[in-house]
Design a protein around this ligand. Structure first.
Ligand code: FAQ
Length: 342
């Protein structure tokens, strides 16, 4: 008997569009592939809503990576040593790379990067709430690495098993790099925590400010998460927002102790019965306000992104001219992108 993968690609048209009369059969093959934990690949038939959900999530993720460069880039020129500066530059560059892998993954779904960037710039697509908070001191670089990258890894490791192949494969590399980022943040905070009383206080202040927004990164509570149930059925998401948030809290508590820092939540305590830490209520009003554009830095972030895009127009034009010049030359890969191979 043919595998689900063979069934859903067999007979598909070159443009990926099935004969309308056969849609039910394709749907069955798609469902079977998802149930069997097989990967859906770009040329496979997939429901329109599955494609749209992936584009939405991958685009939002890609936008987060590139907008996420801004808060830390703010500190590159003020890093306290050459070593710290080199590490921070590498990290910020990695985030740009993550954006590229993710835009490429979205391209495999038939949505170009220009279109996605246009939607970001016009406010029709979101980026993570976390990047609308300011980086006030050098310790914020450590707190972002430890908490924001830590939250990102907790959320993204399960995405390495996402049912859509290009997204899942992009996540493997991203998670490896994020784990380096998390370690550098932890190490930076440890140095400050063990430093002078002023440095310790600076580290504590940064953790106090980044803790709650980091918990919000996982998205709204499960009963308010409009996409979770369907995304989990499709195995795009493997865990709910609240499950991952809880996992993150449980990971952070012992790490905070090792750092010699406290988490700003008086209700945080181990619950023997649940086998997890209980934690205090999250201010969801703040979260929704940030999503509506009313966070401390929303305007600054999007304006900076638009400006960078406009100022980079000449680079895109030069790259396109170069590619056009080399199209048809030996190798003929002038316009090839990672999109088809992501
Ligand atoms: N911020 O129904 P759900 C990083 C929106 S990468 C803004 O639960 P879903 C690396 C959601 O889109 C960080 N919006 O949605 C780094 C939806 O609105 P929509 C980004 C949010 O998709 C580190 C509505 O709320 N990571 O940090 C947020 O099932 C350091 C209802 O929510 C990813 O994108 C939020 N936090 O679950 C870079 C990971 N949460 O779209 C630089 C992939 C929810 O209908 C420096 N994404 N919303 O208008 C995911 O796993 C999911 O999309 C969730 C949300 C879990 C974020």
């Amino acid at each position: 008997m043919a595998t689900a993968a063979a069934q859903r690609t067999a007979g598909s048209e070159a443009d990926g569009a099935p004969d309308p009369v056969d849609t039910t059969a394709y749907q069955h093959a798609f469902d079977a592939a998802v149930a069997a934990d097989e990967r859906i690949e770009p040329r496979d038939w997939m429901p329109d809503a599955y494609r749209a959900t992936l584009v939405r999530q991958i685009a939002q993720h890609a936008h987060s990576e590139i907008i996420g460069m801004q808060p830390e880039a703010n500190w590159i020129t003020r890093a306290p040593s050459l070593r710290r500066k080199a590490i921070l530059m590498a990290k910020v560059q990695d985030e740009a790379g993550h954006g590229l892998y993710l835009y490429s993954a979205a391209e495999t779904l038939g949505t170009g990067r220009d279109e996605l960037l246009d939607k970001l710039h016009s406010g029709r697509q979101k980026y993570s709430s976390i990047f609308n908070y300011p980086t006030l001191t050098w310790a914020d670089v450590g707190a972002i690495g430890w908490l924001v990258d830590g939250a990102a890894i907790t959320n993204q490791v399960p995405l390495c098993r996402c049912s859509y192949g290009p997204y899942a494969r992009a996540m493997v590399r991203i998670c490896k790099e994020e784990s380096f980022h998390q370690r550098q943040g932890y190490e930076l905070l440890l140095a400050l925590s063990k430093g002078t009383p002023e440095q310790h206080a600076m580290a504590q202040d940064a953790v106090n400010r980044w803790w709650w927004p980091s918990l919000m990164m996982f998205g709204p509570p499960d009963d308010e998460s409009q996409h979770s149930a369907q995304s989990m059925t499709w195995k795009i998401k493997r865990h709910s927002n609240d499950e991952l948030r809880q996992r993150f809290v449980d990971i952070c508590v012992p790490q905070a102790e090792s750092l010699g820092l406290t988490l700003p939540d008086p209700e945080l305590r181990w619950n023997e019965e649940r086998g997890h830490h209980d934690f205090g209520p999250i201010d969801w009003t703040e979260f929704w306000e940030v999503l509506k554009g009313n966070g401390p830095c929303n305007e600054q972030r999007i304006n900076q992104r638009r400006r960078a895009h406009d100022e980079g127009a000449w680079v895109r034009e030069a790259a396109a001219a170069y590619a056009a010049k080399h199209t048809g030359s030996a190798g003929g890969t002038g316009h090839e992108t990672g999109a088809t191979r992501a």
